[in-house]
Ligand binder design. Structure first.
Ligand code: AMP
Ligand code: MN
Ligand code: MN
Ligand code: MN
Length: 288
C-alpha cells in the first residue's frame, strides 16, 4: 500500500464498536448515529451484543447523514470457561440467517437474569430483576449492564465500576455463569454472513498471556481476521501490547470506543479512539 494512502487510512476517524438500546446501550440506533456524526466520526459501526435488530435503522440514519456505515455485531463466546467477545464487522444482516444464529446465543439470558436477581435478593438487594428489566430496551438482551444501572440508580453502588467490583463478577453476588457461543461457531457465523471476525478488547480478559496466545491461535485457525488494538478499555501500555500481538499473529487492527451511552463511563465517547501504530493494517481498509 502506498504510504500516503496508509497514512490517510490511519488518520480516518473510524469508530467500529458501539452499542444501542437494542442491546445494552442507552440511545436508539438512529440517535447513536446522529451522535457519531456530530462527534466527527467518519466511519461508524453499530455492534450490539448478540443482536442485529438495530442495524436497519442505523444504516438508514447513516445514509441520511452521509456517514459511511459498517453493519456489525458483538458475539458473546465462552472459551475455556472465560467470556470472550468477538466483533463481526461488515455482516449481511438482512437475510435472517445471522439473526437466527444469534437468537440461539441470546436464549437463556432471561433465565440467567432471573437467577441473578435471586442471588442479589439473597445478598439483600430486592427487585433487581424487575429493576434491570425496566432499563432493557429489549428484554431478550437483558445484560449485566442493566443490573449495573439499577444498582447505581438505587444507591447500592457508587458507579458502574463499583458494581463490577462488588457484584456481578465471578465470586461476587449476582454472578451466574453462562455458556455462550463456541469460538469457532461465532467466527463461522460472522464469516458466513460475509463479515470479518475481530477479538474485542483483549485487555479485558482475565486470562494468562499463555491462554491469550492459545485463544488467538485458535481464533486465527478458525478464520479470525484481527484484534481490537484501540479501545476505551485499553491503557496506552495495553494498546502497545496488543499491537505487538497483532504483528506476531499477522492480524489486522481495529479500533472502537465501545460507547454505551452519554455519561455511562468516564472518557468514553463516540469517535474517541486512539490512533493505531503506523505499521498496523487497520481493518477498515476493507470498508472505505
Ligand atoms: P453480559 O453480556 O450480560 O454478561 O454483560 C456484559 C456487559 O457488561 C458488557 O458488554 C459491558 O457492557 C458490561 N461490563 C462487563 N464488565 C464490565 C466492567 N468491568 N465495567 C463496566 N462494564 C462492564
Ligand atoms: Mn455491553
Ligand atoms: Mn464487549
Ligand atoms: Mn461492546
Amino acid at each position: 500500500m502506498l504510504s500516503d494512502t496508509r497514512d490517510r487510512l490511519l488518520a480516518l476517524r473510524a469508530d467500529l464498536h458501539s452499542h444501542s438500546s437494542v442491546s445494552d446501550g442507552t440511545l436508539l440506533p438512529e440517535q447513536l448515529v446522529e451522535r457519531a456524526a456530530s462527534q466527527g466520526v467518519e466511519l461508524f459501526a453499530l455492534t450490539d451484543h448478540d443482536e442485529v435488530l438495530g442495524l436497519a435503522d442505523a444504516e438508514a440514519a447513516a445514509r441520511r447523514l452521509g456517514l459511511p456505515f459498517v453493519p456489525g455485531v458483538e458475539v458473546s463466546v465462552t472459551w475455556g470457561g472465560t467470556t470472550i467477545h468477538v466483533l463481526g464487522l461488515g455482516v449481511d444482516y438482512k437475510n435472517g440467517i445471522l439473526e437466527g444464529q444469534l437468537a440461539k446465543v441470546r436464549s437463556g439470558r432471561i433465565l440467567r437474569a432471573q437467577e441473578m436477581g435471586e442471588q442479589l435478593a439473597r445478598a439483600g438487594i430486592e427487585g433487581a430483576y424487575e429493576g434491570a428489566l425496566a432499563y432493557a430496551g429489549n428484554p431478550q438482551m437483558i445484560a449485566r449492564t442493566h443490573f449495573a444501572r439499577y444498582l447505581v440508580d438505587t444507591g447500592h453502588c457508587r458507579d458502574v465500576r463499583d458494581v463490577f467490583t462488588r457484584f456481578l463478577v465471578e465470586g461476587k453476588p449476582g454472578y451466574v455463569p453462562h455458556a455462550w457461543a463456541a469460538l469457532g461457531d461465532a467466527v463461522l457465523m460472522i464469516r458466513d454472513a460475509g463479515g470479518v471476525a475481530i477479538v474485542a478488547h483483549p485487555g479485558r480478559y482475565r486470562i494468562t498471556s499463555l491462554a491469550l496466545h492459545e485463544l488467538l491461535d485458535e481464533f486465527r485457525a478458525f478464520g479470525g481476521t484481527g484484534i481490537e488494538v484501540a479501545t476505551s478499555n485499553h491503557s496506552e501500555r495495553e494498546m502497545m501490547r496488543f499491537a505487538e500481538l497483532a504483528r506476531e499473529f499477522g492480524f489486522e487492527a481495529s479500533g472502537g470506543s465501545d460507547f454505551h451511552g452519554p455519561g455511562e463511563a468516564e472518557n468514553v465517547e463516540l469517535g474517541r479512539v486512539a490512533r493505531l501504530p503506523r505499521d498496523l493494517l487497520p481493518v477498515w481498509h476493507r470498508f472505505v
